[in-house]
Design a protein around this ligand. Structure first.
Ligand code: ADP
Ligand code: ADP
Length: 229
């Protein structure tokens, strides 16, 4: 479930400046494909088009063969989970923020998701260390810990499709390695689109697509792209 296909996708925010100039690729169900490239190449635009923040101007994007323009916004949101670069959390407990992924979840399910992301020990903490509504003091979370909350939320939501949009780029190297391990667990057997700056963070992707100037410049596995360098 959740096979993604981009077919000759063209997009520009400004007609005078095309961003994507005919992009075609597949993310087979359960596989991981990474899009890498320099800043401004159009990587995040690809995830915005998939989520339908914008619509393609030419070509098509399909999920399981269905054009995303024919899918309701609600079912698209249910189908896609996103771990962004900078996670913005609600000013409420970590548990509340995790539950947002699936409001009907039981306490046990919320806790199990927190454990997978290795934040079970501060599930009652307040992300900013202070809750203005109840005037309570808590623990202030680091960037890496906030990323773990976003991961736990996605674990709970369990969407067929996962977008990791530079999910580790804001972290220091040690934290990055820990988060990477959690992300690898979450993306296992799930259709995953990884957006990344560096080849070194996408070793496990089934295919890596190098985007340059709005076109696919190269594609291959981590090993084949390294060999071609
Ligand atoms: P990447 O993720 O590869 O860094 P983006 O997809 O975010 O690149 O952006 C590609 C280009 O589109 C950039 O030059 C960026 O400045 C431009 N861009 C991004 N969002 C908008 C927007 N909302 N309006 C106009 N231009 C935008
Ligand atoms: P709603 O507007 O229905 O509350 P949101 O889009 O805010 O939905 O969040 C629903 C789910 O989508 C959450 O699991 C959240 O992590 C995820 N999400 C939030 N922002 C984005 C985004 N920019 N792109 C993709 N998914 C997102």
């Amino acid at each position: 479930r959740g096979a993604i296909a981009f077919r000759d996708v063209h997009f520009s925010y400004d007609p005078a400046r095309p961003i994507l100039k005919g992009i075609s690729f597949d993310v087979p169900a359960g596989r991981t494909v990474a899009i890498v490239g320099p800043s401004g190449a159009g990587k995040s635009t690809i995830s915005r088009l998939l989520y339908r923040f914008y619509d393609v101007q030419e070509g098509a994007i399909t999920i399981d063969g269905q054009d995303v323009r024919a899918v309701t916004q609600k079912s698209l949101r249910d189908a896609i989970g996103m771990v962004p670069q900078d996670t913005v959390l609600f000013n409420d407990t970590v548990a509340y923020n995790i539950r947002y992924g699936r409001p009907s979840a039981t306490e046990e399910e919320v806790f199990a998701a927190a454990e997978i992301a290795q934040i079970g020990h501060f599930i009652r903490a307040l992300p900013e260390g202070f809750d203005t509504r109840v005037g309570e003091r808590g623990l202030k979370l680091s960037g890496g810990e906030k990323q773990r909350v976003a991961i736990a939320r996605t674990v709970l939501k369990a969407p067929p499709i996962l977008i990791l949009d530079e999910a580790t780029s804001a972290l220091d190297t040690t934290t990055e390695h820990e988060i990477q391990a959690a992300l690898d667990t979450v993306s296992k057997n799930r259709t995953t689109l990884v957006i990344a700056h560096r080849l070194s963070t996408v070793i496990n992707a089934d295919e890596i697509i190098v985007l340059r100037d709005g076109l696919i410049a190269e594609r291959g596995t981590h090993a084949s792209l390294l060999a071609a360098d």
